[in-house]
Design a protein around this ligand. Structure first.
Ligand SMILES: *Cc1c(COP(=O)(O)O)cnc(C)c1O
Length: 238
């Protein structure tokens, strides 16, 4: 899946991290937002536990992984540095038990079934309700997961999540199509996700503060459109 890179030096990580933080700050300023309102989720699927440790030491708080197995190899590092672990990739119901144990936030809830499975496992853990986001396939891409981008579907799902006592739905997540020049393709996706969030929050009365959108190709655009979490991988390891 994610192609692995060789070891990345601490110097390079530090330099790249600084550049990403500067771009986050610039995009926030440009759109009249507070840079503190945007959480950088460092996506570490390309690298090993050593780079994860270094990022956490450099002050990154949030780490994202898209596969359970990969997350298992890094969990000890997260715990040691009190990092917040985000599942950003597709979740299969048969991996719900592991996901509930490994992660602090799940960005990829895309069906009743998976929500029920993860709720059941989260209940066993006996901890505070697990924050979850609903993944929305805004661009309707056949190769992407996610709920349909319509208000009725999302309202129903938010209401259903309200019946699951060990989960707490906090917002929406989306990915824009891959593009060399993302401006014309990503911006409408992010804008649509924000509009859907606003509409669903209004209709259901459930506060949905989080918008997880934007990756290396388009995180500045996402911030301009209201992202509260950007999931950045490649830019940190270039
Ligand atoms: C890999 C991945 C990212 C990060 O992608 P980059 O282009 O490397 O920044 C973000 N979100 C998801 C869901 C991913 O799988």
């Amino acid at each position: 899946m994610a192609e692995k890179l060789g070891p990345v030096s601490r110097e390079r990580l530090e330099k790249n991290l600084e550049a990403v933080r500067a771009e986050i700050a610039a995009a926030a300023t440009k759109s009249g937002r507070d840079a503190d309102a945007v959480r950088l989720i460092a996506v570490t699927k390309y690298v090993g536990a050593e780079e994860v440790a270094q990022l956490l030491e450099l002050g990154v708080k949030d780490i994202g992984e898209n596969r359970i197995q990969e997350a298992e190899t890094k969990k000890a590092v997260l715990e040691k540095h009190a990092g917040v672990f985000h599942l950003i990739g597709h979740l299969q119901t048969n991996k719900a038990d592991k996901a509930a144990k490994l992660f602090d936030c799940i960005h990829s809830i895309d069906s009743d079934r998976v929500a029920v499975a993860i709720n059941k496992e989260a209940q066993k853990g006996g901890r505070a309700a697990l924050p979850c986001l609903l993944e929305v396939n805004v661009a309707g891409e056949a190769n992407k997961y996610g709920l349909a981008p319509d208000e009725t579907t999302l309202c129903k799902m938010v209401e259903f999540m309200g019946t699951l006592s060990s989960l707490r739905v906090t917002g929406l997540m989306a990915m824009a199509p891959f593009a060399e020049n993302p401006e014309p393709t990503s911006r409408p996706v992010f804008k649509r996700l924000r509009e859907l969030r606003d509409a669903v929050a209004r209709s259901t009365g459930v506060a949905l503060p989080e918008l997880s959108m934007g990756m290396t190709q388009d995180y500045a655009i996402a911030i301009e459109e209201g992202a509260t979490m950007v999931r950045v991988g490649s830019a940190l390891f270039a």
